[in-house]
Design a binder for this molecule. Structure first.
Ligand code: AMP
Length: 284
C-alpha cells in the first residue's frame, strides 16, 4: 500500500491506474478505524480494481465546542489495518494541504441538510459536502463507499454526486454493530464502561420500533414515543431526536405504510451518538 500526503502525489499515483483503465474506488474516513470502516474498505476492494482510502479529520465539519481536538487519531494502527486489506493507496493530507491558505468556496448541501443532524450541528454538512466534493475531485473515483451509519450524510452525498454531476456511483454499506448491538463508532472510545452499557439505549429504541411495527402499530408518533420511552430508561442517555423519516427526502412520515428509516441521536454522558435502521412494514 502506497501512502501519499499531497494532492499532487495522489493524482500522480492514480494516473497509472487510470492509464490501465482500472475501476477506482474511494473510501473517505476520519481514521481511528474499526470494523465498520473496514467493511467499506472490503466492499471497495471487491468491487474496484484500485482502492483509495482517505484519512482526514476534517475541521470544517466540527462546530465550535465540538470534539475536533479530542477526536481519536491512531494512524499507526490504521496503517496496519489497511495494509492487511489490500488497499492500493492511502491519502492522508494535512489541513493545510486540503484547504490551503485562502479557501473560500464551499458546497451548500441543500434541504436534506436542514433537519436532524444539520439542525443540531449547524454547518456540519456544509463541511462534509465540501470535503467529500474535494476528495472526489482529487481522486476522481468511479465509485465511493459510505456507511448507512451516517444515513443523512449518505443521502446528502448521493444527492450531491447527482446534482453536481460528480459522476461517482455512491454505494451504501450496512451498519456494522458490536456484539451487543451498539453501532460501531470511533466516538464509542469516549464512553466510560457504564456509559458504554447505557449506549445500548439507541439500538434498543430501534428494536422497540421494529417490534411495534411487527405488532401492527402504524402511527409514526406512537412508535417515536415508544423509542423515546426506551431511551428514557437509561439515566445517562439524553435523547436529541427520534423520528421516522422517508428514506429519500428525510422528511418525517405520519404513517408507516411503506419502508421508512427510524433515526435517532442521543447524548450518553458527554458523547453524542447516532443510530438508525430500516423499518419495513410486514406485507398483509
Ligand atoms: P468516519 O470515519 O466516522 O467519517 O466514517 C467514515 C465512513 O465509515 C462513513 O461513510 C461512515 O458512515 C462509515 N461508518 C462508520 N461507522 C460505521 C459502521 N458502524 N458501520 C458501517 N459504516 C460505518
Amino acid at each position: 500500500m502506497e501512502r501519499v500526503t499531497s494532492k499532487e502525489e495522489c493524482r500522480q499515483a492514480l494516473s497509472q491506474a487510470r492509464r490501465e483503465h482500472k475501476t477506482i474506488a474511494l473510501v473517505p474516513t476520519m481514521g481511528a478505524l474499526h470494523e465498520g470502516h473496514l467493511s467499506l474498505v472490503r466492499a471497495a476492494c471487491k468491487r474496484a480494481d484500485y482502492t483509495v482510502v482517505s484519512i482526514f479529520v476534517n475541521p470544517t465539519q466540527f462546530g465550535e465546542g465540538e470534539d475536533f481536538g479530542a477526536y481519536p487519531r491512531d494512524i499507526v494502527h490504521d496503517l496496519e489495518l489497511l495494509a492487511a486489506e489490500g488497499v492500493d493507496l492511502l491519502f492522508t493530507p494535512t489541513t493545510d494541504v486540503m484547504y490551503g491558505r485562502d479557501s473560500q468556496v464551499t458546497v451548500d448541501p441543500g434541504p436534506l441538510a436542514m433537519r436532524w443532524e444539520g439542525e443540531v450541528r449547524p454547518g456540519h454538512f456544509n463541511g462534509v459536502a465540501t470535503v467529500v466534493a474535494k476528495l472526489m475531485n482529487i481522486v476522481r473515483p468511479d465509485v465511493a463507499f459510505f456507511g448507512e451509519k451516517d444515513f443523512q450524510q449518505l443521502r446528502i452525498v448521493e444527492q450531491m454526486s447527482r446534482d453536481l454531476d460528480l459522476c461517482v456511483n455512491i454505494v451504501p454499506c450496512p451498519i456494522i454493530r458490536e456484539r451487543d448491538g451498539v453501532a460501531m463508532s470511533s466516538r464509542n472510545a469516549y464512553l466510560s464502561p457504564e456509559e458504554r452499557f447505557q449506549a445500548l439505549a439507541l439500538c434498543e429504541a430501534l428494536e422497540v420500533a421494529a417490534a411495534a411495527l411487527a405488532w401492527g402499530e402504524r402511527s409514526a408518533d406512537a412508535i417515536v414515543a415508544l423509542m423515546a420511552a426506551e431511551v428514557a430508561k437509561r439515566p445517562l442517555a439524553e435523547l436529541d431526536y427520534a423520528a421516522l423519516v422517508d428514506s429519500v427526502t428525510l422528511e418525517p412520515v405520519q404513517t408507516v405504510d411503506m419502508p421508512v428509516r427510524a433515526i435517532l441521536a442521543a447524548r450518553v454522558g458527554t458523547t453524542r451518538l447516532i443510530d438508525n435502521a430500516a423499518l419495513v412494514p410486514p406485507v398483509k
